[in-house]
Design a protein around this ligand. Structure first.
Ligand code: PLP
Length: 407
């Protein structure tokens, strides 16, 4: 496949110290977490070496440098997502915390007994359990969009679920278990026509898709840094400014207050109102470096490259006896789940590990989905920018040997 000069996978791999140090490793577990390019490691190190101080507190020179670096990181994230304003970005520990923030702040203040939340069968536990907890507390009803046989969402059923009681649609942009990309724009428009808000879980999509929050027109969007070449312990919530302005704080502490007295406390404006305590400063700087790094790649060429890897993988799997690709929705992401007629996926993954091929096996934090598919779990191969055709071929060859051995 011809690649544009802006996307050269060999040169790109050289930017990943772990991959350079372990050339025999075939890492195909990128949906769990991605490796980090040198630009991200350097940015974190530079922060500690040149600007380390607590943010938004002291007046000394170093504190100003740290605060500038932290707030510049917020602006970088806003630019990457095409947000209207950097104040629409709230730093969180990741996707899970961002969804809990929306549930505990927006959800608790806006939703009442009898209100309905629509989720989909594709959701990760992080986009199910916070809503279940809220539903139990508030007397809400959760409704679930079912799947078509190919793993795409049943949109006719989705439209039937939408009603006057629907207050929120919470939907993934890319399924971490079977790779489906729901038709977000269409679903968001439908939800808005019914007066419902929409939360998009972009944990998986960030590393692969161009995300433009204005174009998407959602109300909340969440992601984790570590799945998009950034550090662990950092992620973000983007929310429309008018919604954030009306949301109460969910965690109390330093930084999020305007004035504290024992007779009462007032809170800062967003986003600070939602960032209690010392934030992950170096991680925020590292995340901004990751997004700058990713943003500098030729994204359409990268998307085409990843899709070529996925197609090569699926083509190879189809030729292996007793292997079934789970989830064949058109336009799926570079993530392939496989089930085996004769072998347990755990055994297969262990054989692959013996060849230093890293894949994920299990229910992928999507137990309701696996139950619906009547599978104990799958073997998941998740690709990203630094993977190669040679790695896909190594996996296919190891799988062929493994399945022969296990039969
Ligand atoms: C689609 C999706 N949502 C949410 C999460 C949770 O992300 P984190 O554990 O980084 O908070 C994941 C992690 O695998 C995911 O794939």
């Amino acid at each position: 496949m011809p690649l544009s000069p802006a996307f050269d996978v060999a040169a790109l791999r050289e930017q990943f110290p772990l991959l350079c140090a372990q050339p025999a490793l075939v890492y195909l577990d990128n949906a769990a977490t991605t490796h980090k390019p040198r630009a991200v490691l350097d940015a974190e190190r530079r922060f500690y070496e040149t600007s380390n101080a607590n943010v938004h507190r002291s007046v000394h020179r170093l504190a100003h440098a740290a605060t500038d670096a932290f707030e510049n990181a917020r602006s970088t994230i806003a630019r990457f997502l095409n947000a209207h304003d950097a104040r629409e970005i709230v730093f969180t520990r990741g996707t899970t915390e961002a969804i809990n923030l929306v549930a505990q702040s927006w959800g608790r203040s806006q939703l009442h007994a009898g209100d309905e939340i629509i989720l989909t069968m594709l959701e990760h536990h992080a986009n199910i359990v916070p809503w279940q907890m809220l539903a139990a507390e508030r007397g809400l009803t959760l409704r679930v969009v079912e799947l078509q046989p190919d793993g795409s969402l049943d949109l006719a059923q989705f439209r039937q679920l939408m009603g006057s009681r629907t207050r929120l649609l919470a939907v993934t942009a890319l399924s971490n278990a079977i790779g489906t990309r729901p038709p977000l724009r269409e679903m968001i428009d439908t939800a808005h026509r019914h007066g419902a808000r929409v939360l998009v879980d972009a944990a998986q999509a960030m590393a692969h898709d161009i995300i433009d929050v204005q174009d998407l027109d959602a109300d909340f969007l969440v992601f984790s840094g570590h799945k998009v070449f950034g550090p662990t312990g950092i992620g973000a919530l983007w929310a429309r400014g008018d919604l954030l302005a009306g949301m109460p704080p969910w965690q109390g502490g330093g930084e999020m207050i305007e004035r504290v007295s024992f007779s009462g406390t007032t809170y800062q404006a967003p986003p600070y109102r939602f960032e209690a305590g010392t934030p992950p400063m170096a991680q925020a700087v590292g995340l901004a470096a990751a997004l700058d790094w990713l943003g500098a790649l030729d994204r359409p060429a990268l998307a085409a490259y990843e899709d070529m890897l996925r197609a090569t993988l699926e083509h190879g799997l189809a030729a292996l006896p007793g292997v079934r690709v789970v989830g064949t929705a058109p336009g799926k992401g570079p993530l392939v789940s496989a089930a085996f007629e004769q072998a347990h996926p755990f055994d297969v993954a262990q054989f692959l590990d013996a060849r230093d091929i890293a894949v994920r096996v299990g229910t992928h934090c999507a137990q309701p989905l696996m139950e619906t598919l009547q599978l104990p779990g799958t073997l998941r191969i998740s690709l990203c920018a630094y993977n190669t055709v040679t790695e896909v071929e190594a996996l296919l060859s190891a799988l062929a040997d493994t399945l022969e051995w296990l039969q």
